[in-house]
Design a protein. Structure first.
Length: 198
């Protein structure tokens, strides 16, 4: 079973560019439909540039929301927990196979499902690239904001494309101090940014 799992993991890595793909241990070879995992979730810590990505079936968002509700967690708490996880992982930078990365991706999927961006995109389908951008602030807090885009290409977006997208969002947020995110960034004393986002 381990050999088969490793084989499918190698297959999943083909054509994924600079990403390292790790299949979760619960995924059973011959029962995986990797092509159906069309919702890509990216976690980005703008203070370090650390980025992780995961994929789920679009219907998987309903599962993480149900788990959140079953645990009695509010949307705001889940968003805060996802932000703290991104900040911690950005600081610690664990490997792709670290269980806390997989947990953070699931938590982030639940956080994304509670955003206005999710509600806006949902009617047209949830497949695409979902980004949760974490700002580590000078007052030691973390502020996150969602992003979403689609491309015609299958698989994960190239890391350089994610960096470019995040750079544009950061420039937008910093350049519009009266926006909701701009006001939050100002109140928290400003964001600590890695060089690639300046």
């Amino acid at each position: 079973m381990k050999t088969e799992h490793a084989f499918f993991e190698r297959l999943a890595n083909l054509g994924q560019g600079d990403w390292t793909v790790k299949l979760q241990p619960h995924m059973v070879p011959n029962q995986m439909d990797l092509a159906s995992y069309t919702a890509r979730v990216y976690l980005v810590d703008t203070s370090t540039g650390w980025t992780a990505a995961g994929a789920l079936q679009p219907s998987g968002f309903a599962g993480v929301v149900k788990a959140q509700r079953d645990a009695g967690l509010s949307v705001d708490l889940v968003m805060d927990m996802a932000g703290q996880a991104i900040s911690r992982l950005g600081r610690d930078q664990p490997g792709a196979d670290a269980p806390e990365v997989a947990q953070a991706i699931q938590l982030t999927a639940a956080a994304l499902a509670g955003t206005q961006t999710f509600k806006t995109v949902q009617p047209t389908g949830l497949d695409g690239h979902w980004i949760y951008i974490g700002y580590r602030m000078l007052d030691a807090s973390t502020i996150c904001r969602p992003g979403f885009f689609r491309t015609g290409a299958p698989g994960f977006a190239e890391p350089a494309a994610i960096t470019h997208y995040v750079r544009q969002v950061v420039a937008h947020d910093l350049g519009r101090p009266k926006s909701v995110t701009g006001q939050m960034l100002k109140r928290a004393g400003g964001a600590i940014l890695a060089p690639q986002y300046k």
